[in-house]
Design a protein around this ligand. Structure first.
Ligand code: C2E
Ligand code: MG
Ligand code: MG
Length: 472
C-alpha cells in the first residue's frame, strides 16, 4: 500500500493541517495560539439560566431588526438563513389554568431550555408571548436548522416542574428559508408563521417548512415523496465524499459517504430533505443498501489503486429495526470483497436508543466481524454518558454544533474537551465534524482529538473531484 496524501495534495514530510481549503477560513495559526480552555474555563461554564437571562430576550421589533442584520450578512456571504418559529401551545397541568406567577416561572424555565437547545445553532428571540424565533445561518443552514428544531421539540416535550407539579407543554415549529422563501425580514417571518400554522394543523410537536412549489405548481414535498421509491431504479442517487484527516500526522484516513438525490425537477437535493421521508415510508432500507453497495464499490476501487481508505456510511435508526440488518451488511461487504475494517458505520444516539437491546446485539455482531462503528452527532441526543460504556462502538463523532467556532466559545470548548476525555477514558477514538477554521482545528489538535472532518478541508464532492482535490 502506498501512503496516502496529506491534506493539501501530494505527500509531504511535514503535515500541513492548518492550510485553509478555501476562502472564508480564518488564517492558519500555530498550536501555540490555541485558546486556553483548560480546567479553569471548564469550571466557569455556567448553566444556560445564568448564561443568558431569558428576561433579556429581544421582542418582536428588535427581532425583526436582528433578522434584517442576519439576512444582510448572509447575502454578503452567499449563505442561507433558516428562521425557525417556535409556537408554544397551551400549558396543561391537568387541573386547569396556571396562576400568573406560575406561568411566569414556567416561561423562564422554558426559555432556559430553548437557549440550551439553540446553543451552537443560532440565536433565540421572543416574537410574542407564546412564540420564539431561532435564526440559523450558514452553508448547511437547512440541516443545522432541522437538527436544532428536533432538539427544541425534544427538550420541550419533557415535563416542567412547578414545585412538585408536572406541567406539560406542547409546541410546533414552522421554518422559512432566506433567500428561497423570502428576502425581506417581515416577509420571512410571515412565511414562517404560515409554516407554523401548517405544523399546528399536523398535530403537537410537529415541524413544517414553507412548502415550495415548482413551476407546474406541485409542491416539492409531494414530488420528493412520489419519486423516492423509484429514485434507485432511475439512477438518481449519488454519493459525495468528504475527507477525514488524522490530526497526529495530517494524512487522509478515509471519507464519509454522503447521499445526494439528483432530482430531475428539483436539482441536487440534500439528504435532510428526503431522508426523513424515506424513513417514514420505510424505503430507507433499500436506499441504505444502495448506499452501502455504492460505498463498497468506491472503497474497493481505492484499495485496488493501493489507497488505504476507510469509508464512513450513515445508517438510519429505521434500518436497525430490520431483524437481519447485521447479516445483510456483512453479505454486501462479502459480495464486494471489502474487508469489514474498511467500513465505518455511523449511527446516531437515537438509533441506538430506539430499541437498545436489539441494536446492541446487531452492533456486537458487526463489531465481532471487524466492522468499525461510530456514534454520529454525539452530544445532541439524550443518551446518558454512562450509556456509552454499554455500546460496542469504536469512535465518537462530536456533533458539529459544538465544534463550529469552538475556539471562540468557552461553553463549546468545555463540551468538546469533556467529550474527548470521556472517549479517551473509554478507549474510543474521537473525530470532530464541522471543522471550518484553522483556529478550531488547532484547538482540537491540542486537546488530543484524533481525527477531523469539515469545510476547512473541503466540502463533500463526487469521487472523481475528491481524487483530483487530494491528489490521490
Ligand atoms: P452527518 O452524517 O452528521 O453528516 C455531516 C453533515 O455535515 C453533512 O451534511 C456534511 O455535508 C455537513 N458538513 C460537513 N462539514 C461541515 C462543515 O464544516 N460545516 C457545515 N456547516 N457542515 C458540514 P449532509 O451531506 O447534508 O448530510 C446531512 C445528514 O444526512 C448527515 O449528517 C446524515 O445524518 C444524513 N445522511 C447523509 N447521507 C446519508 C445516508 O446515506 N444514509 C442515511 N441514513 N443518512 C444520511
Ligand atoms: Mg455521518
Ligand atoms: Mg454528524
Amino acid at each position: 500500500m502506498k501512503p496516502l496524501a496529506l491534506y493539501g495534495g501530494s505527500p509531504r514530510a511535514e503535515p500541513d493541517l492548518l492550510s485553509p481549503a478555501g476562502e472564508g477560513n480564518v488564517a492558519p495559526e500555530g498550536t501555540d495560539t490555541v485558546p486556553e480552555f483548560g480546567r479553569e474555563t471548564y469550571r466557569e461554564v455556567q448553566p444556560p439560566s445564568r448564561r443568558g437571562l431569558p428576561a433579556d430576550l429581544p421582542d418582536r421589533l428588535v427581532t425583526l431588526d436582528r433578522v434584517g442584520e442576519t439576512l444582510a450578512a448572509a447575502h454578503r456571504a452567499h449563505h442561507d438563513v433558516v428562521l425557525l418559529l417556535i409556537g408554544i401551545d397551551d400549558y396543561s397541568t391537568g387541573s386547569g389554568r396556571l396562576r400568573r406567577s406560575d406561568a411566569d416561572a414556567l416561561g423562564l424555565q422554558l426559555e432556559d431550555r430553548l437557549l440550551g437547545a439553540a446553543v451552537g445553532a443560532g440565536s433565540v428571540a421572543r416574537v410574542s408571548a407564546h412564540s420564539y424565533a431561532v435564526m440559523v445561518a450558514g452553508v448547511a443552514a437547512t440541516s443545522a436548522a432541522r437538527r436544532c428544531a428536533n432538539r427544541v421539540l425534544n427538550v420541550l416535550s419533557r415535563p416542567f416542574y412547578l414545585g412538585n407539579a408536572a406541567v406539560h407543554v406542547s409546541a410546533a415549529i414552522g421554518a422559512s428559508t432566506f433567500p428561497r422563501d423570502a428576502t425581506r425580514p417581515d416577509e420571512l417571518l410571515r412565511r414562517a408563521e404560515q409554516a407554523l400554522s401548517a405544523a399546528r394543523r399536523a398535530g403537537p410537536n410537529a415541524f413544517r417548512s414553507v412548502q415550495t412549489r415548482t413551476r407546474n405548481g406541485t409542491d416539492a414535498q409531494t414530488l420528493l415523496r412520489a419519486g423516492l421509491r423509484s429514485a434507485i431504479a432511475r439512477n438518481e442517487l449519488e454519493l459525495h465524499y468528504q475527507a477525514k484527516f488524522d490530526l497526529a500526522d495530517g494524512r487522509i484516513t478515509g471519507a464519509e459517504a454522503l447521499l445526494r438525490w439528483r432530482h430531475p425537477e428539483l436539482g441536487l437535493v440534500e439528504p435532510a430533505r428526503f431522508i426523513p421521508l424515506a424513513e417514514a415510508d420505510g424505503c430507507i432500507v433499500p436506499i441504505g443498501e444502495w448506499v452501502l453497495r455504492a460505498a463498497c464499490e468506491q472503497v474497493r476501487r481505492w484499495r485496488d489503486r493501493g489507497l488505504e481508505m476507510q469509508v464512513g456510511v450513515n445508517v438510519s435508526a429505521r434500518q436497525f429495526r430490520e431483524p437481519d440488518l447485521a447479516q445483510r451488511i456483512l453479505d454486501i461487504l462479502h459480495a464486494h470483497r471489502v474487508d469489514p475494517a474498511w467500513i465505518e458505520l455511523e449511527l446516531t444516539e437515537s438509533a441506538v436508543m430506539d430499541d437498545a437491546d436489539g441494536v446492541v446485539a446487531a452492533l456486537e455482531r458487526l463489531k465481532a466481524s471487524g466492522v468499525r462503528l461510530a456514534i454520529d452527532d454525539f452530544g445532541t441526543g439524550y443518551a446518558s454518558l454512562s450509556y456509552l460504556t454499554r455500546l460496542p462502538v469504536h469512535v465518537v463523532k462530536i456533533d458539529q454544533s459544538f465544534v463550529r467556532g469552538l475556539a471562540n466559545r468557552s461553553d463549546n470548548g468545555a463540551i468538546v474537551l469533556a467529550i474527548v476525555r470521556l472517549a479517551r477514558n473509554l478507549g474510543m477514538d474521537v473525530i470532530a465534524e464541522g471543522v471550518e477554521t484553522g483556529r478550531d482545528l488547532a484547538a482540537l489538535r491540542a486537546w488530543g482529538c484524533d481525527r477531523a472532518q469539515g469545510y476547512f478541508f473541503g466540502k463533500p464532492v463526487r469521487a472523481e473531484e475528491f481524487a483530483t482535490r487530494f491528489g490521490i
